[in-house]
Design a protein around this ligand. Sequence first.
Ligand SMILES: Cc1cc2nc3c(=O)[nH]c(=O)nc-3n(C[C@H](O)[C@H](O)[C@H](O)COP(=O)(O)OP(=O)(O)OC[C@H]3O[C@@H](n4cnc5c(N)ncnc54)[C@H](O)[C@@H]3O)c2cc1C
Length: 298
Amino acid sequence: MRHIGTRFPVIANGFSGKRILLAGGLLAATAGGIAAYRFFNNAQPDTTVSRLKFTPISLESSEKLTHDVKRLRFKLDDDKRLGFNVSSAVLFRVRQADGKTEWRPYTPVSARNQQGWFEIVVKRYDKGLVSPVMHALKPGDTVEVWGPLPFLDYSPDSFRDVGLIAGGSGITPCLQLTRHILENPDDHTKVTLLFANKTADDIILKNELDGLAAKHPDKFAVHYILNSAPDKWQGLAGNVDRAVVEKVMPPASASTFIGVCGPPAMVAAVSGDRPGPVAQGKIGGVLKELGYTNVFKF
Ligand SMILES: Cc1cc2nc3c(=O)[nH]c(=O)nc-3n(C[C@H](O)[C@H](O)[C@H](O)COP(=O)(O)OP(=O)(O)OC[C@H]3O[C@@H](n4cnc5c(N)ncnc54)[C@H](O)[C@@H]3O)c2cc1C
């Protein structure tokens, strides 16, 4: 997990000798055990998701957002919330037609403290093992959740500006972080979102994004860019290139953070290759050219 805005002290000492090594080893093992226990036993009394077990939850409703994207709302007890830190995903385990189970991470897009329900947005891959099952769920059907799986530890006011560059369903972690910043009156960070899609019909969650921009004009601005823009399109058109980033993103500085999430080709062109799902890789692409140093690939 990458921390932004949290600094840990580095403690150095000059002691040596076998006993000290042994005592140090025992202490480290105990501390490691406590840390592991705390990590797995993360559930709070009012939360639903836990890292000790998969917990069954049922679908309350599903809504088709585009030809291949659905918003799924899951029901919780009225006094319970899902329970996750920003930014996190949650693992969803489903049963295949052949009885085998498979899990995949999805990113909650509802507010972190929302009680009684939570929402995710899922893009369907026709040949996928899990996303078609998620799309076929009917109200009352059950899936299992585990987590949360944290990937960025966000602290308020860590940066003056947060710029987010999202492509397609890569909007989900960007919306989670945006909502979290905007809904905290003590967080003065300004958020700028650049949201790239193929066509106007592919833009998901536009109402939510426009609603947040209207409600928080001093803290949040959203820009849409389309590969194939219709005639009367008022937004940006083309690919997310250097000129677009220079035009809408906060300029590179020590107090600017940029988060990127989208199809691998877009992430590589904008921020450099990602060697794997967990590894960040070096900053590259447009963001490197423009001198950004605080970059996170969701
Ligand atoms: C931390 C994290 C958070 C995520 N959050 C979300 C989210 O909020 N919403 C969401 O829709 N997805 C999200 N994903 C992706 C999700 O976890 C699955 O990978 C995705 O739904 C595909 O799973 P599947 O089982 O249907 O396909 P799989 O069985 O894994 O893949 C089968 C085939 O589908 C195609 N495919 C699968 N994934 C992709 C892809 N990303 N790009 C292009 N082709 C692909 C490929 O052709 C692949 O061979 C997230 C992933 C991570 C790592």
